[in-house]
Design a protein around this ligand. Structure first.
Ligand code: ZN
Length: 317
């Protein structure tokens, strides 16, 4: 009977050893499963933590911006004469909803020059864009709705210039007949440009300027419409005088621009991009050669950071 008992004991020992090993393997498996879960969960928990932190930081930044923009809501009444002739000019800074670093803050030591081209696109738009590209200068194009110039609208945007609005039809009698027709015209040109470039313009120039005398109802209605449509309007304080009935030579246009901007800290220059204005295109290299010859001037496109020049200012501004 002894050997049998011994044999049984040996078997029992073996079984116990096997069971013991199984338990160890199961413990190891549980540990590995747990470790794997922790490893998988860790990045997710970290992400959630960072998102929460990011949310709190954004709230703090918004609060700081809010404080800064409230401080920067100032109104300037400044300078006289908006053209080389002399007329009334009032310059105001926009009440800002969010803080935008102004061109004056970015370039405190240089005179700012904003070349603006009205009434385009035209058969000369590409030529103007070529010259601007050659001098690496960005400008502002106040455009109308003109079929057959889709590539020009796109090129203006793609090359970093400001594509701004100057009405759909440019027909004074129609645009300024009633506030409703004015709003209709603004929406038409906004949509026309957006369809071609995918971009919503935020800058506007009144045909004839904000001081035009073609409106026989309260002009405040026009200003209110622009505000409602998300547009800020800009006039000019330097004119190339290329819009007159007498065709000016490139040299004369060059002189008008250079003498005008030399008197301004922020010179918004009125020029035209139109089929009968080739001398403007010819004057452009002369103007750019002069204005880029040293650091006196910086040439910029009009943006929300540009100090507006307005011949007539809304009383609500
Ligand atoms: Zn015009």
């Amino acid at each position: 009977m002894e050997p049998v008992t011994d044999n049984k004991t040996e078997q029992q020992v073996q079984i116990e050893q096997i069971n013991h090993r199984r338990r160890r393997i199961q413990r190891l498996k549980r540990f590995l499963t747990f470790a794997l879960c922790v490893l998988l969960l860790f990045p997710n928990v970290t992400c959630v933590y960072l998102l929460v932190q990011n949310f709190h930081m954004n709230k703090k930044i918004d609060a700081i911006y809010q404080m800064i923009s409230e401080d920067s809501e100032q109104t300037y009444l400044d300078e006289k004469s908006f053209s080389n002739d002399s007329a009334e000019e009032i310059i105001v800074s926009e009440p800002e909803e969010e803080y935008v670093i102004s061109d004056n803050e970015l370039y405190p030591d240089q005179k700012k020059v904003y070349l603006t081209f009205d009434d385009g696109p035209s058969k000369y738009t590409n030529e103007i864009l070529d010259v601007l590209a050659e001098y690496d200068v960005k400008a502002t194009f106040f455009v109308l709705a003109k079929d057959g110039f889709d590539e020009e609208y796109k090129r203006i945007v793609e090359e970093g210039h400001t594509l701004a609005l100057h009405s759909y039809s440019h027909k004074y009698s129609k645009i300024y007949a009633t506030p409703t027709l004015f709003r209709e015209d603004v929406r038409l040109i906004q949509d026309y440009v957006k369809d071609r470039t995918g971009q919503k313009s935020v800058i506007y120039r009144f045909p004839g300027g904000s001081s035009n005398t073609l409106v026989d109802f309260d002009k405040e209605e026009l200003f209110a419409i622009l505000r409602e449509e998300g547009l800020s309007y800009f006039d000019w304080n330097v004119t190339s005088q290329d819009a007159g009935s007498v065709k000016l030579s490139p040299q004369k246009i060059y002189q008008n621009v250079i003498s005008g901007v030399s008197e301004k800290e922020n010179g918004i220059v009125l020029m035209h991009d139109a089929a009968d204005k080739h001398t403007t295109v010819e004057a452009l290299p002369l103007i750019l050669e002069e204005l880029t010859s040293d650091d006196t001037y910086v040439l910029l496109p009009i943006t929300e950071g540009t100090q507006p020049v307005r011949h007539v200012v809304s009383s609500y501004e």
